[in-house]
Design a protein around this ligand. Structure first.
Ligand code: NAD
Length: 266
């Protein structure tokens, strides 16, 4: 049986760990050739690229800081040079720099905004230009697909993390406005908003029993998410199976956005 993303090329930013790594693996398993972008650690992506190639797929690892316009341009150029075009872009790279509001430095504010929000602006702008340059194909009904990695914090306020919550709140309107603008060209833009997924970004929240018990109180489904949960959602959103899904945030959060504090009458 033909795989869902056969003959398509997917570029994933921040693919050397956590959700980006899991999404890259899932897209490759679904038949896509993958461009694995890394920032500081090449080894995990080089190893994953090697594994994918040995299993009969195609993959390349490319360095870029998503907040740097020249490096993002280079990322897309190098991808084009290797694969000829790109069908799917997952703007995933992101980070946290947490502190109480009055103690937050301007550097910590700017680092989070420039990575999480400007990084997605630069990645998505390069994606739209690349889809237009390449033009329609027979491998997908859409001219191109973009998935923005958001967070439940695009809607849930988060004390002690105003920079992060502001960046993800920004992604909500960024994604919807971009989706509205490019949908007539059959470019589909959507977001995935993960809840608590077990990665290094939130290790403090699950690596002791006490922290885990506290976290599970916020998740009606009573389990912490795995990167595979996000990978499966990304495969669907990137495929023609979701061809009529445009400008939507898909919450993959075990019910975290269901106001669990009200489950016992508030
Ligand atoms: P992670 O720290 O494992 O992954 C983040 C990745 O982004 C890393 O590979 C890192 O190298 C990369 N990165 C950081 N700055 C970069 C830059 N300037 N250029 C290129 N790459 C850069 O954490 P994760 O949990 O996998 O996070 C991935 C995305 O998922 C982030 O956007 C995060 O906000 C979002 N998210 C995660 C969770 C969760 O529970 N883990 C929940 C909601 C949203």
């Amino acid at each position: 049986m033909e795989k869902l993303l056969a003959n398509q090329v997917a570029l994933i930013t921040g693919a050397s760990s956590g959700i980006g790594y899991g999404v890259a693996k899932a897209l490759a398993d679904a038949g896509a050739a993958v461009v694995l972008n890394y920032h500081s650690h090449a080894e995990p992506d080089e190893k994953l690229a090697d594994e994918i190639e040995k299993a009969g797929g195609s993959a390349i690892a490319i360095h870029a800081d998503v907040s740097n316009p020249a490096q993002v341009a280079n990322l897309f150029e190098a991808s084009r040079a290797r694969f000829g075009g790109i069908d799917i872009v997952v703007a995933n790279a992101g980070l946290q720099k947490d502190s109480a509001f009055a103690d937050m430095t301007l550097d910590d504010w700017q680092l989070v905004l420039s990575t999480n929000l400007t990084g997605q602006f630069l990645t998505c702008q390069a994606a739209v230009k690349e889809f237009r340059r390449r033009g329609p194909t027979t491998v997908s009904k859409a001219l191109g697909k973009i998935i923005c990695m958001s967070s439940v914090h695009e809607v849930i306020p988060w004390a002690g993390h105003v920079n992060y919550a502001a960046s993800k709140g920004g992604i909500q309107m960024f994604m919807k406005s971009l989706a509205q603008e490019v949908a007539p060209e059959r470019i589909r833009v959507n977001s995935i908003a993960p809840g608590a997924i077990r990665t290094r970004i939130n290790q403090d929240a699950w690596d002791s029993q006490a922290a885990l018990d506290k976290l599970l109180q916020l998740i009606p489904y009573r389990r912490v998410g795995a990167v595979e949960d996000i990978g499966k959602a990304a495969v669907w959103l990137a495929s023609d199976e979701s061809d009529y899904v445009v400008g939507t945030t898909l919450f993959v959060d075990g019910g975290m956005t269901l106001y669990p504090g009200f489950s016992n009458n508030g």
